[in-house]
Design a protein around this ligand. Sequence first.
Ligand SMILES: Cc1ncc(COP(=O)(O)O)c(C=O)c1O
Length: 308
Amino acid sequence: MEISSSEYIPIHIAATALHYGQEAFEGLKAYSGKDGKVRLFRWQENAKRMRNSANGVMMAEVSDEVFYNSVVKVVKMNARFIPPYGTGATLYVRPLLIGSGPEVGVKPANEYLFMVFVTPVGPYFKGGFKTVAIEVVRDFDRAAPLGTGSIKVGGNYAAGMRASERAHQGGFASVLFLDALEKKYIDEAGPANFFGIKNNTYITPQSESILPSITNMSLEQIARDLGLKVERRPVPFEELSSFEEAGACGTAAIISPIKKVTDHSTGETVDYGDEPGPVSTKLYQQLRGIQEGSIEDIHGWTTVIEGI
Ligand SMILES: Cc1ncc(COP(=O)(O)O)c(C=O)c1O
């Protein structure tokens, strides 16, 4: 393991990451608790997902041990940058795995580099928990049905950029992708999964081409704990108008409650209202409380980093 304060890495000009997209990353956060302790949230799931990503593009895998030790080391060494409890800000942790070995022909590298860096990030919602508008896109796909949508590789994000930049320019916070094959079902919301709430049920898409969100799987469990039913199944586009609440979920915001969904092609809009719904608000507060140590972590999701 090497510790470096440099923001640059010397890299071979023919590294496979640069030419053939042998690259995967993760995103997690270190949270300051009410009790002064610093916690990671379900880091084992990030480590597992990074191994799936590595497998998907034929890279060497990173063990739980190397993943965890590297994350803890970099968080501890940057402890002075961890934002205090109560600010809503956190220390974002970005593990990165790249094919560093040179190959001019298309094949997997024979050398890989695993790195982790951190940066403080502000609260996602500056003025508190707020709703966002999102835009349905039909003229771009981020991932093919049997492609790389379910792993966290850079190419997926490059493929989604034209759509998401257009949405931002149109005043939308994010895009909503539909299934690439039929454009019949909801896939996911940019860098976040989608969920809808109706009849005391948390409903979230089942799809081979979306990233399995750790936030989403946690919200499903919290929803069950709160007495809601949970359905993970294909969600037809037409069902959008039947939800009482809808949201996008991911590490960045936990939940971005959705105020409206507009179809870029038809202009058709589904409105959920300007205020976050009661179920989304409860789910958000519950997960945030667990991450910050103010609500009991009954599922053993958090890891306290000792010695900070
Ligand atoms: C495409 C995509 N979907 C969903 C998510 C949300 O996943 P998580 O809850 O693990 O942050 C992310 C963020 O990592 C993402 O990039």
